[in-house]
Write a protein that binds this ligand. Structure first.
Ligand SMILES: NC(=O)c1ccc[n+]([C@@H]2O[C@H](COP(=O)([O-])OP(=O)(O)OC[C@H]3O[C@@H](n4cnc5c(N)ncnc54)[C@H](OP(=O)(O)O)[C@@H]3O)[C@@H](O)[C@H]2O)c1
Length: 301
């Protein structure tokens, strides 16, 4: 079962699970928000029990791709903050408890935002056991969601932190940069935040591989290979459009204040992913090329 199936990642998960090369024993039950509000405790229990009772082969795995992702709105609007807490903190606990009742495993998606800076300002790819230090409503709600999943489904959960997602649908950084490339001569983009852009189709492949694997329960990191800055990412989008990347000018975070603080260092190590016997996600630059080849409308903004 995929919850949040209407989101960028959710849609790719459903597409992956419905692909022709998927074993015939696998079947996917897609639950977009319209059919399952993950904050509705009764609805969650009913949906998970109905799914588990349906005849199917193989182990049942629930992949939670639902989230409240408007990170800046959650800082400035009380209702948004409450929604972020309900969807990102409480709902994962409800889903995990329902999975425990029916014996299903759970894959839960989290974020680099939960991680804090390394001691002494060190800069190396971040591991799952590096210090957490969420700043902001969204980040705190996501960390609480992780904790509730671990507590409610010990031994049969996978918490997967990813970063800098963009998908074929919805608004995302690639579309925004493509639009701005058409609207402006030059563009200032922050160059002091480092991370790994991740195409949702690649993350979906990885999550499905994890769900099918016999990897032990735990918390792992999975993001596009390599690292860049938002400025580097924007320049790559310009390059894919055939526009001059130098039109993107580096600036620092201080000159582009946002309500929710962003981590300066979000580069995620793939060591935990490899240790589980899983193939690392493709390099972020190759993934962007593949994504725009497959979805040329991404570059229309
Ligand atoms: N985007 C990023 O850069 C990023 C980075 C790191 C980690 N992540 C994590 O990756 C996961 C997938 O993110 P995404 O980029 O695919 O986000 P997304 O496109 O915003 O998708 C989230 C989905 O969750 C749905 N949802 C919200 N409230 C719900 C509710 N009460 N019940 C059921 N569904 C609900 C949303 O529906 P509506 O659209 O109708 O609200 C949307 O379809 C999330 O866990 C996110 O925290 C994202």
């Amino acid at each position: 079962m995929v919850t949040g199936a209407g989101g960028a990642l959710g849609q790719d998960l459903v597409a992956r699970l419905a692909a022709p090369d998927v074993p015939p024993t696998d079947s996917v039950r897609a639950q977009p928000r319209a059919t399952l509000d993950v904050t509705d405790a009764d609805a969650v229990r009913a949906a998970v029990h109905a799914w588990a009772a349906a005849p199917g082969e193989g182990p049942a795995v629930l992949i939670n791709a639902s989230a409240y992702t408007a990170v800046d709105r959650a800082e400035t609007d009380e209702d948004a903050a409450a929604a972020a807490w309900a969807v990102n903190a409480e709902a994962p606990g409800l889903l995990a408890a329902a999975c425990a009742e029916v014996g299903a495993a759970m894959v839960h998606v989290s974020t680099d935002y939960v991680l804090g800076p390394l001691p002494g300002g060190e800069r190396r790819p971040l591991e799952p056991d590096d210090p957490v230090a969420p700043t902001g409503v969204y980040a705190r709600s996501k960390l609480a969601g992780e904790e509730r999943v671990r507590a409610a489904r010990p031994g049969a959960h996978h918490v997967v932190r990813s970063a800098w997602l963009y998908g074929a649908t919805g608004q995302n950084f690639v579309r925004t940069m493509a639009r701005l490339a058409r609207e402006r001569d030059t563009l200032d983009v922050v160059d002091d935040q480092h991370g790994s852009p991740t195409w949702t189709a690649d993350l979906a492949d990885g999550l499905v591989a994890l769900a099918r694997s016999s990897a032990p329960a735990g918390t792992r990191h999975a993001a596009g290979g390599g690292a860049t800055t938002w400025c580097g990412f924007a320049r790559a989008v310009f390059a894919e459009m055939g526009a001059d990347p130098e039109r993107v000018r580096p600036c620092d975070t201080a000159s582009f204040p946002r309500p929710a603080p962003r981590p300066a260092w979000s580069v995620l190590s793939d060591a935990s992913w490899r240790a589980a016997g899983l193939a690392p996600l493709p390099a972020w630059r190759d993934a962007l090329r593949t994504a725009v080849a497959r979805h040329p409308d991404l570059l229309l903004g």
